[in-house]
Design a protein around this ligand. Sequence first.
Ligand SMILES: *Cc1c(COP(=O)(O)O)cnc(C)c1O
Length: 388
Amino acid sequence: MSSADSPDSWAATAGRRPEWTLGVVNPPVFRASTIVHDSVAAMDAAGRNIDGQLYYGRKGTPTTWALREALTGLEPGAAGTMLFPSGVAALAAAILAVVRPGDHFLLPDSAYEPTASLAFGWLREFGVTPEAYDPLIGGGITALIRPETRLILLESPGSITFEVQDVPAITAAARARGVPTLLDNSWAASILFKGIPAGCDMVMQSLTKYVGGHSDALMGSVSATPALWPMLQRTAWALGQCVSGDEAALVLRGFRTLPVRMARHGDSALRIARFLDGHPKVARVLHPALPGSPGHSLWQRDFTGSSGLFGFELRTMRSAQGEALFCDPMRHFRLGFSWGGYESLIIPARAIRRLPQAEPAPLRFRVSIGLESVEDLIADLSDALDRV
Ligand SMILES: *Cc1c(COP(=O)(O)O)cnc(C)c1O
């Protein structure tokens, strides 16, 4: 496949090198800890080039290399991709690749809660100073950059409140001051938005979500520019991060159908978002493709589509009773964390924010639209709205 092929054609075979697969369509599952070498010389030679050559199981096998190569192809300009046992592990390693005691670390106030907990809890204990910024700050981030700022995290759109960020403006401001940037690109799965071409130095995604796509595997990845790649790889290896061949094969299977699933997730979600937007009990729909959603014009400028994850707010204040009344009897939407799988999910969305908020929290939900019939999903939501 050449770069002139359409993304769908490329996704069908990405990472399938003949020397790794011997012609087998699905890269075989290598289960490996020990790899035996024919001689001391061969063992030493393998050790000198331990990436992409069988050496020891933790350094990977053709199954994990195939997945890594496919993921690198999603981010033009990336030098490589490392795999981690979860999205959170990927975020932690990417942060630790650059942040050191005494450094200042900027992250959006809409960051995924475990990311914020890592920054404001654990990293602070190691002498790092985290600071939350308004996700819609854009080029204004310059005013927050200090001499000791060592990393700016972006997440677009943000968790729970779905603010689309001005990624090119923030990365340009960061580059002007020599500060590396890390984008959590899980929502767009590096197909609706490409972070490296937008100026990011590292792009992570939770493969647990859209790339895996079947709610049966946890994994995360970080892709990096040539400048950041050695630091990222060194950190991942130093921390002993690796994934099994079995799980890499599951995620690679998801990868093959990522573009077609994403198109369906996006289309269904948009139709459902429009239904909610027109409903009298709904105060606001937080879907980047709808006008009125925070950062909508940036989504229009920078994204090629939308995924299946969005939020909505009712004209009612938040209460545990309202959440239960809405969610418990639902038939198609099941209560569960994570997203990006083929089954629709709902959670009461309780955003934790560090910056002061203008208004008290309304009754707010987050839905992950699966591959079921849109009519069934709308009927389920319509019944739920009738109940509250
Ligand atoms: C789920 C999620 C993660 C973490 O991924 P896991 O694979 O569950 O560890 C990171 N970022 C965002 C935005 C997420 O939604």
